[in-house]
Design a protein around this ligand. Structure first.
Ligand code: AMP
Ligand code: ZN
Length: 290
């Protein structure tokens, strides 16, 4: 088979795109995607990339660093071996690449950890902590934009889950680019890999020799999103392009839907935006939620 781009001998078959590529054009393909994203949304300035130590966020950091100035942020969530290993990998990667890394020990600094919650709740609590701290740390360090490594696999599973649970507000707020609202202390959010597959970030890291965390967080398998991801992976056997189709069809549909903006006020404790008097993060810290 021949490479779709250069016509020379193909080295890989990207099954979910039905695409034959050579190694050089596989890298070009991902770089062009990220470059197009940056141009489309006019992303500029120094970007803070939130890295977990997993293949997606490390691929995201590596690809973005080719086009923009970047720093990285890693939150150590106090989840035993998983967190230790994640932190080690993030530190080593950033040192090797000469990228500034902001490292935050969430348990020590904020006295909160997903570990203190039931296994059914842990993942959603972890999400609250990550979203809050990523925004606050970026804002306090003068960044206007945070990038995450969310992939097409993440987006497709979030779209299905929010749809099935009737969370239409959340559903229609899912997008690759959210503008900053600095007067509200909200930095912008970008997902440059929203149309890249996990299979491809894994491939990218392996070919580039980027070490990534292979142990999984012990709570992950209890999350509904993980179950949806498994179903979608299974479906790709018959419908290879299903994840990319879900993402692109949804974004086409969402173009014409303007979700109502939540009425935000500032948290009485921390001063960051919330729809309540006290934000969910401060409630967690105070132990009001369990
Ligand atoms: P997840 O919520 O684990 O699916 O991760 C989604 C994205 O959030 C990742 O691609 C990272 O960009 C970011 N992220 C996840 N975990 C961490 C962490 N511990 N520290 C910083 N960023 C993270
Ligand atoms: Zn607060």
């Amino acid at each position: 088979m021949k490479c779709k781009f250069c016509g020379k001998k193909a080295e890989f078959f990207l099954r979910q795109r039905k695409l034959y590529v050579c190694k050089a054009d596989f890298f070009n393909f991902l770089e062009r995607k990220v470059e197009r994203f940056i141009k489309k949304y006019r992303v500029k300035g120094k970007i803070l990339v939130a890295i977990s130590g997993g293949k997606d966020s490390l691929a995201c950091l590596s690809l973005l660093s080719r086009f923009l100035k970047v720093s990285a942020l890693h939150l150590n969530l106090g989840l035993g071996e998983f967190s230790k290993e994640s932190q080690r990998i993030c530190k080593e990667f950033c040192k090797k690449e000469g990228i500034d890394l902001i490292l935050v020990n969430v348990k020590e600094e904020f006295k909160v950890s997903p570990k203190n919650f039931s296994r059914k709740k842990a993942c959603s609590i972890c999400g609250v902590i990550k979203r809050y701290l990523t925004n606050r740390i970026a804002f306090e360090n003068g960044f206007k934009i945070v990038a995450t490594g969310h992939t097409a696999d993440d987006l497709a599973s979030m779209i299905i889950l929010n749809f099935l649970s009737g969370n239409f507000d959340l559903l229609f707020r899912l997008k690759p680019y959210t503008e900053p609202s600095l007067d509200l202390k909200l930095v912008g959010k970008i997902k440059p890999l929203y149309n890249v597959l996990e299979e491809e970030t894994e491939f990218f890291c392996k070919l580039k020799g980027i070490e990534f965390v292979s142990v999984k967080c012990k709570f992950e398998r209890y999350a509904s999103q993980t179950k949806i991801k498994e179903i979608l992976n299974d479906l790709t056997k018959d419908l290879p392009q299903i994840k990319l189709q879900i993402v692109s069809n949804f974004l086409n549909l969402a173009k014409n839907v303007k979700p109502e903006k939540p009425k935000l006020k500032f948290c009485k404790i921390c001063g960051y935006p919330t729809i309540r008097d006290v934000c969910r993060f401060c409630k967690l810290v105070k132990g009001y939620e369990n």
